[in-house]
Design a protein around this ligand. Structure first.
Ligand code: GDD
Ligand code: MN
Length: 371
């Protein structure tokens, strides 16, 4: 007979629950069927639900490899999942909702993704073949609107189509030695940002409708999501990098004006011609500050790659200058905006262009070096 207390399961699946007594039995049964070929444990983390979910879950442990954690001092989906991670014995960790919106039959597909080398395998609504059952257009738009800031603010979530999925597996070593402290319910974001996986796969699935019970996620959770994003964006480092980039830009402005005065007043150059070297030199100082400060962690050795970055930075800056002019013209002449405001808008647009081009091109992370 197979022992359910296997000391070393390969997969630990965490189920956060709050008032899921109508679903937890079916969930355990379907998980067990779908994972028949695997040695796994199911860890239910219940926040002392008034409907008796925890007692019911405990009674399931005579039939299935179920363990139950009851928290009485804390509430919250993501923090419940973290409590489950801490007790997990498997090398692969997973998260699934109790309400069957995440079909348990899909777990083996995620398992294969990890077995084939992924650090994280996400059940994804937004890759080709993925779908959502029963959602109105309005809900879909809200969901996509909610994931966009995660894509932009977090380098770790940039290429992920469904970073807000609540159904995924990953290798435990990713989070060993890091403190997970999510606020709210987006546990995958926390794993992506702090675990820094190099290989992520997204596998399409259909997010089902909830059959029984009701969703626990309220408007307060939307606020928590924003707080969580804000906190993660500092951790992730992209905002810090952007601020450094702006400081360097401002220094370049200082260099440009200072040199212009020097060339005209001291060297006696023509006021128009003096503009040329002062502008070019400020691009050079900007490059050096960015190379040795803003992007120092992304430098690759060798004078050739250093020169290549210089050339790329130069090109980006020149195009940025063109964008600045173009936006200024559009704002001023076409939209009729006050000229100072027009220039502020133009600088903002050009700065975003410069920043993202340099992040994604000049100092891009080489995929081969990531692994
Ligand atoms: N322990 C615990 N504590 N569990 C909770 C809590 C809580 O405070 N709140 C919710 N849960 C459990 C639910 O019992 C369920 O198993 C799971 O977390 C998801 O909660 P739902 O209330 O069903 O959330 P949802 O369907 O609106 O959101 C789901 O889909 C989102 C994608 O649209 C979740 O999977 C989200 O993580 C996911 O982003
Ligand atoms: Mn749900």
């Amino acid at each position: 007979m197979k022992s359910y207390n296997a000391s070393k399961p390969e997969l630990s699946l965490i189920v956060p629950t709050y008032n899921e007594s109508e679903n937890i039995g079916t969930l355990a049964e379907r998980v067990h069927k779908s994972l028949s070929g695997y040695n796994y444990e199911l860890i239910v983390v219940d926040d002392n639900s008034p409907d008796g979910t925890a007692e019911l879950a405990k009674s399931l442990s005579s039939k299935y490899p179920v363990r139950v954690i009851v928290r009485t001092d804390e509430r919250g989906l993501a923090s419940a999942v973290v409590a489950g991670f801490k007790q997990a014995k498997g090398e692969i960790l997973g998260v699934i909702d109790a309400d069957l919106q995440h079909p348990p039959e899909f777990i083996p597909h995620l398992m294969k993704g990890v077995e084939q080398g992924a650090d994280v395998a996400i059940a994804s609504r937004y890759v080709n073949g993925g779908a959502i059952e029963g959602w109105t257009l309005k809900r879909k738009i809200i969901s996509i609107g909610a994931k966009l800031p995660a894509n932009v603010l977090l380098a770790s979530a940039r290429k992920i189509k469904d970073p807000l999925s609540g159904f995924f597996l990953f290798r435990k070593h990713l989070i060993e030695g890091t403190e997970l402290s999510p606020i709210g319910y987006k546990i995958l974001l926390e794993v992506l940002v702090k675990g820094k996986p190099s290989r992520v796969v997204e596998i399409p699935y259909t997010f089902k409708e909830r059959e029984r019970g009701k969703s626990n996620l309220t408007a307060k959770e939307q606020i928590n999501y924003l707080k969580h994003l804000y906190r993660l964006s500092w951790y992730d480092g992209r905002i810090k990098r952007f601020l450094k980039f702006c400081v360097v830009g401002a220094s370049g402005f200082g260099v440009n004006v200072g040199l212009l005065a020097l060339f005209v007043e001291v060297a006696g150059m023509h006021k128009v011609w003096a503009q040329v070297p002062s502008y070019q030199i400020s691009i050079l100082t900007n490059f050096l500050f960015n190379e040795f400060w803003t992007f120092r962690d992304r430098r690759t050795p060798g004078s050739k790659s250093f020169l290549m970055r210089g050339v790329k930075f130069y090109l980006v800056s020149e195009i940025g200058w063109g964008i600045n002019l173009g936006v200024y013209y559009l704002a001023l002449d076409v939209a009729g905006i006050y000229y100072i405001v027009s220039q502020i808008i133009a600088i903002a647009v050009a700065t975003l262009w410069n920043f993202f081009s340099n992040v994604l091109w000049t100092w891009r992370v080489k995929p081969a070096k990531e692994g």
